[in-house]
Design a protein around this ligand. Structure first.
Ligand code: SAM
Length: 212
């Protein structure tokens, strides 16, 4: 397959602050990163899309996963940078502290999750193609990857692409992360932005059911 990544400028994946992410995420931030109305719409999207029988992985997680409170998920694992935030997340059954920019390998078995969520964090990945290959590996056939984006970011840690590309091209870039992983049969973009609040743009990939 043509390697889409090779056609993108390396500069897209560079950041103003290339120091170790451990430094930046050393202290916990018990804050929200998008408006309440935007969180409300994200939770509602999860409610519509993720049944309680699902095993979920919240990648790039913190103290909040935005999952509907009334659904008792089969399993929710989290992966992020700050142990105190993850420990304080009431929706996680387990968590892993891992820097995906140093190590994009996910220490989970093939097909071990039915959905992977990434909320308002995709702009911090400098090796996204490797991470999405791993997401595709750990998803069960028919499983979903939901990437939720908005317009706020930690400017020094967000990759250059997210500073310069307009929203439609950011959609395309994240779709390309999934496309390049090779096993997503459908990749759709969904706009659930509330009025007068931070936007909510989703890229949703569904892994092929029939993996011969
Ligand atoms: C803006 S916060 C969003 C947190 C949470 N997903 C939410 O919706 O509130 C960015 C998150 O990305 C995670 N993150 C940033 N860089 C990371 C990296 N290199 N590896 C793993 N996670 C990372 C941090 O742990 C942090 O929780």
């Amino acid at each position: 397959m043509n390697n889409f990544h090779d056609n993108l400028p390396d500069q897209f994946f560079e950041r103003e602050d290339e120091s170790s992410d451990e430094l930046f995420y050393e202290s916990p931030r018990f804050t929200t990163h998008i408006d309440d109305a935007t969180i409300h719409n994200l939770t509602h999207y999860y409610r519509e899309t993720l049944p309680g029988s699902f095993r979920l992985l919240d990648l790039m997680s913190s103290w909040i996963s935005h999952l509907p409170q009334e659904i008792n998920y089969h399993q929710v694992a989290g992966l992020g940078m700050n142990a105190d935030e993850l420990k304080g997340n009431p929706q996680l059954d387990s968590y892993v502290v891992q820097n995906l920019n140093d190590n994009p390998q996910l220490d989970f078995a093939d097909h071990s999750f039915d959905a992977v969520t990434i909320a308002v964090s995709i702009q911090y990945l400098i090796r996204p193609f490797e991470v999405f290959k791993e997401i595709s590996r750990i998803l069960s056939p028919g499983g979903k990857c939901i990437v939720a984006m908005s317009h706020r970011l930690f400017p020094t840690k967000a990759i250059y692409a997210f500073h310069v590309l307009p929203p439609a091209d950011r959609f395309r870039l994240v779709s390309a992360y999934m496309h390049q992983a090779g096993e997503f049969s459908s990749i759709e973009t969904v706009d659930r932005s509330p009025p007068n609040a931070d936007p909510l743009w989703l890229v949703v990939g569904t892994k092929e059911r029939d993996l011969n």
